[in-house]
Design a protein around this ligand. Structure first.
Ligand SMILES: Cc1cc2nc3c(=O)[nH]c(=O)nc-3n(C[C@H](O)[C@H](O)[C@H](O)COP(=O)(O)OP(=O)(O)OC[C@H]3O[C@@H](n4cnc5c(N)ncnc54)[C@H](O)[C@@H]3O)c2cc1C
Length: 481
């Protein structure tokens, strides 16, 4: 059956999820939909781990608001210990799923809005922080998954929101009512949106007073009337209709991103956390970015642990584990990966309390971490491809393997070291293809901001004037003169 723009999600609520893949027979059961199911499984790992005795210390925290035990993904971080546990926790899940498990974005959004709402209230006497605290309690009590909704479509990147020919390319308020506000616009690339409960929306760029209507932060359930989710296409995603060819059949690849469209959606006042305070938007964007960049030396490092393991296995299967250049390349993969984790841990160890009391990573180390992933992940994948060989680019399909005539030929001609089943070699090859593929790499490049955004922060925090003074002091150049 040919389906286009198939309606999948809560038709009675006019809240829709579209999957624009025109060759599949879709059911209206979102949970069993093969395009979404792996992302659900991956998100489920963030729930399962909280019941695993081995990881409980990392996965369970105590709410500072209620004193109750909660899943760490809903925690407002209270100490350096929390900020060090965060990367250890994310790495542990990445090692289990071998892909993005989606839930950190909303966690970072909660911590961001918690801190910024406090500072807005200090200035204006508003009650945003109390609203955020009530929201956090609700999320914690029900252990909900929240999308961190920052990135707007942005239109012409050189123009601020109010100068865009289409005013909806950034989320904005179109009406204020007695009981709340009406919002319009969209958030792009929203990780985990198809299988999350809520979305927490924040502005995406610093704003001037002319853009007051765009300075809005709010939270809504994702099945609110007027919200439409348009699911993203991934490299080779029709392979999700099979198993073996996916590479990571249980957990998929990346986070099942969607475009989330707000078509004149009502937000009640108790869910509005910022409205018009443009001078706080830069602070909010920087806080969210820093929280989120901290994570990349953790979740991705866990995924790369899986990749290094797969690559080393492939070297075994291919009969070259002892070759000196192979060992050296694997050492390089480990070296780069541990570098990223080390800077992420450092960002946690050097974290500090914000005025609201919650902890915030060291900005330089968090930005270094994210900048490194934009480069090292590519380099690590290059080394994985080098060691694996070309067969991951030319492998026949799962169906071919099951074919009575060509299947045995594939088994014969894709074998390597005696004793290693060809099927195992194909499975590991497909996993390497999955983890090193386009969709996965692009997330490392652009997730939590494109590389230039980190370089701007690195330059700011480097404090070049102070460094120049160090040099002058050593050679005796007088500051005054
Ligand atoms: C897999 C994936 C998952 C994601 N998940 C989420 C999520 O859960 N939530 C969320 O909110 N966002 C998410 N993002 C979005 C991510 O934060 C953005 O992709 C990132 O901020 C870059 O924005 P963009 O994609 O619009 O690219 P652009 O901003 O268009 O960047 C493209 C290039 O243009 C440059 N550029 C852009 N603007 C300017 C300018 N004004 N001047 C000079 N150069 C400029 C950039 O530096 C970059 O080199 C995700 C992205 C990916 C790929």
């Amino acid at each position: 059956m040919v389906c286009f723009g198939h309606l999948l999600f809560k038709p009675e609520a006019l809240s829709w999820l579209f999957i624009l893949h025109n060759y599949m027979d879709l059911t209206d059961n979102i949970v069993d939909n093969p395009f979404i199911r792996p992302h659900i499984n991956s998100a489920a790992a963030t729930y399962d781990i909280a019941f695993d005795p081995e990881y409980m210390d990392l996965a369970v925290a105590t709410s500072h608001l209620t004193g109750e035990k909660i899943n760490r993904f809903t925690h407002i971080q209270q100490s350096r210990d929390d900020m060090v546990k965060k990367p250890k926790f994310l790495r542990a899940i990445g090692r289990k799923t071998g892909t993005c498990f989606q839930r950190c974005v909303g966690w970072d959004a909660l911590n961001t809005v918690y801190s910024v709402s406090y500072e807005i209230d200090q200035k204006y006497g508003t009650d945003y922080h109390e609203r955020v605290c009530n929201y956090v309690k609700y999320i914690q009590k029900n252990d909900l998954m929240v999308v961190g909704g920052m990135t707007d479509p942005k239109g012409d990147r050189g123009l601020p929101p109010h100068k865009q020919p289409d005013p909806d390319l950034f989320v904005h308020v179109v009406e204020k009512k007695e009981d709340g506000i009406i919002v319009r616009g969209a958030k792009a690339h929203q990780t985990g949106a198809a299988n999350s409960h809520e979305i927490l929306v924040m502005p995406t760029v610093s704003l001037k007073p002319e853009d007051k209507d765009y300075a809005v932060s709010f939270a809504l359930p994702l099945d609110t009337p007027g919200i439409t989710l348009i699911f993203g296409r991934q490299t080779n995603d029709e392979r999700k209709l099979g198993t073996l060819d996916q590479g990571n059949p249980t957990y998929g690849v990346v986070g099942g991103e969607a475009l989330v469209v707000f078509n004149d959606v009502f937000v009640p006042w108790e869910r509005v956390f910022m409205l018009g305070e443009t001078e706080f938007v830069g602070m909010l964007v920087e806080r969210f970015a820093t929280y989120h960049r901290h994570n990349y030396g953790a979740c991705k490092v866990g995924v790369i642990d899986v990749l290094i393991g797969a690559t080393a296995l492939m070297a075994d299967y291919n009969g070259v584990p002892k070759a000196s250049h192979i060992k050296d390349k694997i050492i390089e993969m480990v070296y780069l990966n541990e570098n990223m984790h080390a800077t992420s841990l450092a960002a946690g160890y050097e974290s500090r309390a914000l005025p609201a009391g919650n902890y915030y990573p060291h900005t330089m180390y968090a930005n270094i971490t994210k900048q490194s992933i934009t480069r090292y992940h590519y380099e690590i994948c290059r080394l994985a491809h080098d060691i694996t060989g070309g067969f991951i680019a030319t492998l026949p399909s799962e169906k071919d393997l099951a074919h009575p005539v060509v299947g045995p030929m594939i088994t014969k001609y894709f074998q390597a070291t005696a004793g290693v089943p060809t099927l195992d070699r194909i499975k590991i090859g497909r996993l390497i293809e999955n983890v090193t593929g386009g969709t996965s790499l692009v997330e490392s490049m652009h997730g939590a901001g494109s590389p230039q955004a980190q370089r701007v922060m690195i330059l700011r925090d480097a404090n070049l004037e102070q460094l120049k003074k160090l040099a002058k002091d050593i050679v005796g150049i007088d500051e005054e003169e």
